[in-house]
Each structure stands twice: as C-alpha cells, then as structure tokens.
Design a protein. Structure first.
Length: 336
C-alpha cells in the first residue's frame, strides 16, 4: 500500500523534499500547495499533481498520509498543528517556529499524539555527525572538555530581496541564527549536551540596508555536563566556507571540516568521510534530507514519537532566542 504525500510551500527548499518523495519506494506525491499562484502552477506542472492555495483545502481534498511543510518560518507551527490535529503526519522544515510561543504550541500539539512529526535537522544524519555522536556517547574518548563551531557563509542583498520574509522578525523570527546557523547550533547542543546558560550577541554588520534582522552572531554556552562551547557565525564572508565544529575530550580532538578527523592522545588519527549529495538542492543544505525523510516514512507505524521531535527542536530555538533577548532587549519581535 502506497504512502501518500503532499508538499506545502513550493519555495526553494521544497525541491529536496519533492525529490526525496519521488525516490522513496512506496511513497506517492498526491498534491502541492502554495499561496503564490506562479510558484504553485510551476510545481503542479513539474510534478503532475493537483495544487491548492490553502493547506486545509489540500488536507480536506486528498487526505495525505504525510505533509512536508516548506513554508516561511512564521507559518511552520500553525500549519503543522492544523495537520497534526487532523491526524496527518508532518515533516516540518527548520526552525521549529519563528517564536517561542509558537514553538511551544507545536510541542503541545505533538504531545497529543494524533500523528507523528519530524523537524528537519537533517545534519544529524550526516555520516560525520553520526560518528561524532557515537564516539562521544560511548565514553571511550573520556569526558567532553569543550567545543567550538563556526558558520562563515555569504548571503547577498538579492537573496533577501527575492524572499522578503527572510529579512524580517515577523516572517523569519530572526536572521542568520534562525535561517542558516541553527543547524550548527542544533549539532553543538546534540553532541556536547543540553545548554544550561548562554551569553551572546547578535548584530547586523553587512546587510543593514536590506534586512532588519542579524547577519552576524556569537555566543558562549555552558552545557549540562560542565563543558563550555564557543560559537561564531556571519553572512559577511566572501564565500560559503565549510562549517567547522571541534570537540575536545580528555582523550581526543574531533574536528569537523567537511570530513571528520579524530586525533587521539596516542597519536592515532581516524578519518570519517562525509557522503556526497545526490540531490539537486544547494550544497550548504547538506547531504542528508533524503535520509531523514526515508527514516521518518519507515517509522510511521512504530507508534513512537520521531526522535527529532518538536521538543528536541525547541532546544536550539531557545538558544537562539536567548541570544536575541540579550541583543535586542527592547524588541518584542526579537525576544518573543
């Protein structure tokens, strides 16, 4: 029996979701949805399925087993909650939501248990991330002493002008930290441990004539196990450099630079190669959307919540919003 799927939001990132569904054995795309008529028409023509301007009309008409939510951030929680309440399984793009209140709304909707939901932190499925997590969890490298991470990327004014919601508090919930660096924030807390305190700053250093949100940010985080991590990210770099993530333990240093290098205290060096992307998506989206999506579909009938749940995704949202609270204390939009 085929699992039916629909994609809500036909913007840039929808391409990797549509491709993943097309490659899945036993999955069938039955509809697409977008409020923008040209984008909707283009997706309908490309995939040969009916299209809807409203997500509730789509659910009512075709009753899909799974919806993929690829809308602007401010629509994530409302659309996902609507679908969960109707018993439709959900894969929602990051971030969980554009505000803490909407994120909490989705956590509570998921806890009702009417359907399964995943949040797209697909980089947890990277071969390097999986290897780091396994090594750190095993205890063989000793306790984690500390960590650091950087996201040195580039975005132009045109990037924001093409999708104006990205550069606003109301539409994006933030800038660099919500739209690009949140994947690395998620990996940092997943690998090193829950964050119990954050001191940081976000600012606009490069794109102030175009956006109202930040393009540069840094923070220092204290983790539950006693480790400390340092984080820096910017969109003012000359190019999209590889994300870096270093974890220092009592017995080794783990360095992620595309591939993972593990340097042991006795001089041994292990290397874990990252997979190459087979998707038509942008390289900086990573290589693992298909793995997350395939895993979600495989677990639809197991009765357990998906492991990258709204409650899990809320952790990175809280870190980001804590940095905003310290940086923009007078802005209700920033800290909500």
């Amino acid at each position: 029996m085929s699992t039916t799927a629909a994609v809500i939001g036909c913007g840039d990132v929808s391409s990797v979701h549509l491709e993943a569904v097309a490659k899945l054995d036993g999955a069938t795309l039955v509809a697409v949805c977008d409020a923008d008529p040209p984008r909707l028409a283009s997706a309908m023509a490309a995939w040969g399925v009916p299209g809807y301007a409203d997500h509730l009309a789509l659910v009512e008409a075709v009753n899909p087993d799974v919806v993929h939510i690829c809308t602007p951030h401010d629509q994530h929680a409302a659309v996902a909650a609507d679908c969960l309440e109707r018993g439709v399984n959900v894969i929602v793009e990051k971030p969980l939501a554009h505000t803490l209140a909407e994120g909490r709304r989705l956590v509570e909707a998921a806890s009702a248990g009417r359907a399964k939901i995943a949040v797209c932190f697909q980089n947890r499925y990277n071969a390097t991330s999986q290897a780091m997590h396994a090594l750190l969890s095993s205890g063989e490298l000793g306790a984690v002493v500390g960590a650091s991470a950087t996201v040195m990327w580039q975005r132009s004014a045109e990037y924001y002008e093409n999708r104006p919601w990205r550069g606003t508090w109301a539409g994006g919930g933030g800038g660099l930290m919500m739209n690009q660096a949140i994947h690395t924030v998620d990996l940092l807390q997943w690998l090193v441990g829950d964050v119990v305190a954050v001191t940081g700053n976000a600012s606009t250093r490069f794109l102030g004539d175009t956006i109202e949100v930040e393009d540069t940010a840094e923070f220092v985080a204290e983790h539950a196990g006693g480790a400390r991590s340092a984080f820096y990210a910017t969109l003012a770099n000359a190019f999209n450099a590889p994300v870096t993530l270093d974890v220092v333990t009592e017995k080794a240093v783990l360095s992620l630079r595309g591939d993972l290098t593990v340097t042991h205290e006795d001089g041994r060096v292990d290397i874990v190669r990252e997979r190459t992307s087979g998707s038509g998506g942008r390289s900086y989206w990573g290589v693992s959307h298909e793995l997350l999506i395939s895993d979600f579909y495989a677990r639809l009938d197991d009765g357990d919540p998906f492991w990258i749940s709204p409650a899990e995704a809320e952790k990175s949202l809280r870190i980001v919003k804590d940095v905003y609270r310290q940086s923009y204390p007078q802005s209700a939009h920033a800290v909500s």
